[in-house]
Design a protein around this ligand. Structure first.
Ligand code: R5P
Length: 293
């Protein structure tokens, strides 16, 4: 078996290679003057099973996806017998259904492209909707980094904190965190206008007065969801508010707006490398590599 370090996840791939004791194949990559991407494998993989570790986060998600596809094609042409894509953040996973008439299902289109490029199976982390995996044209699995994030907060002294999901759909995330935090768990209610993107959040039956609350979500994008939740928690008299997410996209001034809303710390994983990536996915992915998808 070999690990191929995708350009978008070089540090993570190298750490996984060391931890799992699987040799790492280096690659050469560049972007041509016209913006097109180029990759070349720099190692022998003939007859090997390979795992390409490549996140597909913004701001270059389309380039990252193409590099992943080109690496899969190169691996198969170089004689790899099986190609697994390990994609910590899977771009386009939120367009997993036709919300409005006339739309397509972007994540399914991407998966068909990846299959034709040579990918045989896919492993990702906290995909937005597990249901979408069933529509992929190859075996696919999502593993959860939430226990690692909750453990980060326990190590910082917040055992017993309230785990709050910003909407009902993320309640499973709060429940996973609750098993590590050993406190209570609950959720807000969120509705989003599909045309304007505007969200409305409410907190029916929530009582967090005097408590430390950790808001947990799969993704922070613009930060609007967390800002709205933090405001509600402050109004309710929470004593401390933190937030943890798997994929900290933190577009534009999202980080600043979240901190200004009273969140004391933002914690995310290195599925999207950045200043809030305090939880490393190395142990989770190394462990997953030991089992088949
Ligand atoms: C949506 O349902 C997701 O789970 C996140 O809550 C959402 O993507 C966060 O987006 P934003 O940070 O822009 O509010």
């Amino acid at each position: 078996m070999r690990i191929i370090s995708g350009p978008a996840s070089k540090a993570l791939a190298e750490a996984v290679s060391v931890q799992s004791d699987i040799p790492n194949v280096q690659i050469i990559s560049k972007i041509f003057p016209d913006g097109e991407v180029y990759v070349r494998l720099d190692g022998d993989i003939k007859g090997e099973k390979v795992s390409i570790i490549q996140t597909t986060c913004p701001p270059m998600q389309d380039n990252n996806l193409l590099q992943l596809a080109f690496l899969a094609d190169a691996a198969k042409r170089a004689g790899a017998i099986k190609v697994t894509a390990i994609v910590p953040y899977l771009a386009y996973a939120r367009q997993d259904k036709m919300f409005l008439a006339g739309e397509g299902i972007s994540v399914e289109t991407i998966m068909r492209m990846l299959k034709s490029a040579g990918i045989d199976e896919l492993l990702t982390v906290n995909i937005h909707s597990e249901h979408s995996l069933t529509q992929f044209p190859f075996p696919a699995k999502s593993i959860s980094a939430i226990p690692l994030i909750a453990d980060y907060f326990v190590k910082k002294g917040h055992k017993g904190a309230y785990a709050l999901a910003p909407d009902k759909g993320a309640m499973y995330i709060a429940q996973q965190a609750q098993t590590v935090l050993s406190g209570k768990a609950g959720h807000l209610t969120k509705t989003r206008d599909r045309y304007t993107g505007q969200i409305i959040q409410t907190a029916e039956g929530l009582n967090v007065e005097g408590q430390t609350v950790i808001i947990l979500d799969d993704i922070i994008s613009t930060g609007g969801t967390i800002v709205g939740a933090a405001k509600i928690l402050r109004e309710q008299g929470a004593s401390h508010v933190f937030c943890g997410c798997v994929h900290g996209l933190l577009i534009g001034d999202a980080k600043q707006r979240i901190l200004e809303a009273g969140v004391e710390e933002i914690v995310s994983t290195d599925s999207v490398p950045g200043v809030t990536s305090k939880v490393l996915l190395t142990p989770l992915i190394s462990q997953a590599l030991k089992g088949a998808v």
